[in-house]
Design a binder for this molecule. Structure first.
Ligand code: GLN
Length: 526
């Protein structure tokens, strides 16, 4: 319910919406993303969502996701049969396919042969689902159960060598069941199949675009905010920057952004944020920069334990923000850069486990005097947030900024944080990023940065003995941020970086490249 109520696009664009019903599968967010890639707006709902609400939304299509359960077991997640009688096209994927068959009179059992991984599937071209798909195409399978008997009125429309019903359909009623996962990229023609469903079967026009999102959101923010005041904590990260851009477009000076420079940002980053959002920038808003460097360094003096550092940095942020908020006085709205994955990962109240609780979902900060939260990016995926950012005229370097931890360089400095160490790691990191960009690797490497080890060792420079710090360079590739591999970067580039750092950054006499994967390491170096 909450999601629908808060949806910033509930009106206007939602007249063409496909909904995903979540049965706890691991690829559910991907399903919604693929639909949006077809320019059709899509939202995810728990299987516990009342059918009355679904009718009221009148979606153009419904997709049932995969899930870990077996639909023939007692207490397995299920849905009312009525869902298939609304006249709305339904596509069931994996568990969703099995459930559709189970509810409509087919049979699902433990499969004699489980399928997992890339599998060749043979499709029937007469099916609308498989229009323009190769006769034999690679799909992604992941199931222990199978459909041993299709429901009355259905026809088999695809099979594999181990799975007699890889897809089935009742075209008259627009009901489609697919055992594999078209949403996973390993299903080579999966996006085309999703497109076949949303356009071919559901008849969506596919007009969902970022410019219409921006336009529509601006309208709705104006309506909601009226002549109220909005306060936003701007971190310089992608989400809060795009939220600032959008709110500024909608309500101009009714928006105040507080940017806390904790002195742990990357080189020149504080000034870059100010250049974009400050008085000489292109956005109409009140911009307050708090230079809290000294405060942070004082709090961090003598602290070496990484968790303690994180806590201090987080708490200090609240204190600084609170002080600024007090100066401004009561506001009507506190804006937050919450995005769709934050909402989904915090749990939709259904089967999908709470992956992590997000500080900006649910819990309301009590240190600012405000009436209501406003979250203008709540319906967007990360890449959509970036598109909206470009649409709003936020510079590319900010929109495509690398993920950067909230506590900033504070945790990329091993041991005690001092102003001197911050300078060293900022300078080294700037050189590293510059050379990576020069080598044309900045778009292909997942994440890269320099960290300052707390190790000092003997060297010789200009015939003189030195006793200086070692910089660690890190570059990793990761698909899911759960695991990562150290990136294979050209040795020559590393050598250039090494010699530039040693020549240009005072206080460094050694440079290491970190080979550690995750696990056992982490992506960060703290
Ligand atoms: N749990 C069901 C099975 O094992 C469905 C799996 C899935 O949806 N990926 O077949």
């Amino acid at each position: 319910m909450g999601i629908l109520k808060n949806s910033s696009i509930e009106k206007g664009l939602s007249n063409e919406k496909v909904i995903v019903i979540d049965f706890g599968g691991q690829y559910n967010q991907l399903v919604a993303r693929r639909v949006r890639e077809c320019n059709v707006y899509c939202e995810i709902y728990s299987y516990k969502t009342d059918i009355a609400l679904i009718k009221q939304m009148a979606p153009k299509g419904i997709i049932l996701t995969g899930g870990p359960n077996s639909c023939y077991e007692q207490n397995a997640p299920t849905y009312k049969k009525e869902l298939f009688e609304l006249g709305i096209p339904v596509l069931g994927l994996c568990y969703g396919a099995q459930l559709m068959m189970h509810i409509l009179g087919g049979k699902v059992e433990k499969a004699p042969v489980k399928e997992y991984g890339k599998t060749e599937v043979d499709v029937n071209h007469e099916s609308l689902m498989f229009k323009n798909i190769s006769q034999k195409t690679t799909c992604w399978m992941s199931h222990n159960d199978y459909i041993s008997q299709i429901a009355p009125g259905f026809q088999i429309s695809a099979h594999t060598s181990d799975c007699p019903v890889a897809a089935a359909e009742c075209a008259d009623k627009k009901l489609y069941a697919i055992q594999f996962h078209p949403e996973v990229l390993h299903t080579v023609e999966g996006t085309k199949m999703i497109d076949n469903f949303v356009r071919g079967v559901c008849g969506c026009a596919g007009t969902w675009r970022m410019d219409s999102f921006v336009e529509e959101s601006v309208k709705q923010i104006r309506e909601k905010v009226g002549d109220g005041k909005v306060l936003l904590a701007l971190s310089g990260g992608v989400d809060s920057s795009v939220a600032a851009g959008l709110l500024s477009r909608a309500i101009g000076k009714q928006l105040t952004c507080v940017f806390v420079d904790h002195g742990l940002l990357r080189k020149n980053e504080g000034d870059e944020v100010e250049a974009v959002f400050g008085p000489s920038g292109d956005f109409d808003l009140n911009f307050i920069r708090v230079n809290a460097q000294e405060r942070y360094y004082a709090k961090l003096a003598g602290v070496t334990e990484p968790e303690t550092k994180r806590k201090i940095i987080g708490e200090e942020f609240i204190r600084v923000f609170e002080e600024e908020a007090k100066k401004i006085g009561a506001v009507d709205f506190l804006a937050q850069g919450t995005i769709y994955p934050d909402v989904v990962e915090s749990g939709l109240g259904g089967e999908s486990a709470v992956i992590k609780s997000h500080h900006n979902v649910g819990g309301l900060p009590d240190y600012v005097d405000f009436k209501e939260i406003i979250e203008p990016l709540r319906d967007l995926f990360k890449d959509e947030v970036r598109k909206a950012g470009l649409e709003l005229g936020i510079p590319e370097r900010l929109v495509y900024r690398q993920p950067f931890p909230g506590p900033g360089l504070g945790i990329r400095i091993i041991g005690e944080v001092t102003a001197e160490k911050v300078r060293i790691v900022q300078d080294a990191d700037a050189i590293y990023r510059e050379e990576i960009a020069k080598a044309g690797l900045d778009k292909s490497i997942g994440q890269y940065f320099a960290a300052l080890t707390n190790m000092r060792s003997v060297g010789v420079m200009g015939d003189e003995r030195t006793y200086d710090y070692a910089i660690a360079l890190r570059a990793v590739n990761t698909v899911d941020f759960m695991t990562a591999e150290s990136a294979e970067v050209p040795f020559e580039m590393l050598q250039t970086v090494m010699s530039r750092i040693i020549n240009e950054v005072r206080g460094v006499n050694r440079v290491f490249y970190d080979l550690t994967s995750k696990p056992p390491g982490t992506i960060e170096f703290e």
